[in-house]
Write a protein that binds this ligand. Structure first.
Ligand SMILES: Cc1cc2nc3c(=O)[nH]c(=O)nc-3n(C[C@H](O)[C@H](O)[C@H](O)COP(=O)(O)OP(=O)(O)OC[C@H]3O[C@@H](n4cnc5c(N)ncnc54)[C@H](O)[C@@H]3O)c2cc1C
Length: 148
C-alpha cells in the first residue's frame, strides 16, 4: 500500500531530537507511523560541541544528526516510514483523524500528530489535539491543544 493511502496511527513532524525519539519509541511499540522532516538533527546541527548528549563528552551537531537518522533506520522495520527533504505545509482535522500535506504534494492521514517543531511552525495546525514537546530536549512532553 502506498504511504498516501495508509491510515497511520501517528504522523511525526520533524527529524530533530524530539521527532527522532518519538519515531524510535513509536516503532518499538508498534505504533504505525510516518516521520516527515525537512532536515535531520534540528537546531543544534550547526553546533561544533554538544556537551550534554549523555554518553558523549562532546558531540558535533552533524554527528548527532547522523546518529538520529541511523537509529531510526535501525528500528523502523515495517512500522515506521520515513519521508525526508519534505516540508509539511498544512495539518487539518478530518472526521476520522488528521490530514498532513507537504510541499512536494504528498498527503498523509493519521489518527494523531506529533509535532516537534520550532514555535514559528505552530501556524500550520488547524487541528485541536496533538502531542507536542516544548522546544528543548530536557523538558517533558505534554498534551496540547491547537492554536485558537
Ligand atoms: C546553535 C544551537 C546549539 C544548541 N546546542 C545545544 C546543546 O548543546 N544542548 C542542548 O541540550 N540543546 C542545544 N540547543 C537546543 C536544541 O538544539 C533544541 O532544544 C532541540 O534541537 C529541539 O529539538 P526538537 O526536535 O524539539 O526541534 P528542532 O531541533 O527544532 O527540530 C525540528 C525539526 O523539524 C524539521 N522541520 C521544521 N519544520 C518542518 C516542517 N514544516 N515540515 C517538516 N519538517 C520540519 C526541521 O528540519 C528539524 O529537523 C542548541 C540550539 C542551537 C540553535
Amino acid at each position: 500500500m502506498s504511504m498516501a493511502n495508509k491510515m497511520y496511527d501517528l504522523v511525526i513532524i520533524g527529524g530533530g531530537p524530539a521527532g527522532a525519539a518519538a519515531g524510535v519509541y513509536a516503532a518499538r511499540k508498534k505504533v504505525r507511523s510516518v516521520l516527515i522532516t525537512e532536515e535531520w538533527g534540528g537546531q543544534s546541527t550547526v553546533s561544533p560541541d554538544i556537551q550534554n548528549w549523555i554518553g558523549e563528552v562532546s558531540l558535533r551537531g552533524v554527528d548527532m544528526a547522523n546518529k538520529l537518522k541511523k537509529h531510526l533506520e535501525a528500528v523502523k522495520a515495517d512500522m515506521l516510514d520515513i519521508v525526508e527533504s519534505d516540508r509539511v505545509i498544512e495539518v487539518s482535522k478530518e472526521q476520522d483523524g488528521f490530514k498532513v500535506a507537504t510541499d512536494d504534494g504528498k498527503n498523509f492521514k493519521s489518527k494523531a500528530i506529533f509535532r516537534s517543531l520550532k514555535v514559528a511552525s505552530i501556524g500550520l495546525f488547524s487541528g485541536r489535539s496533538f502531542l507536542t514537546n516544548r522546544r528543548t530536549w530536557d523538558r517533558h512532553l505534554w498534551w496540547g491543544t491547537g492554536p485558537k
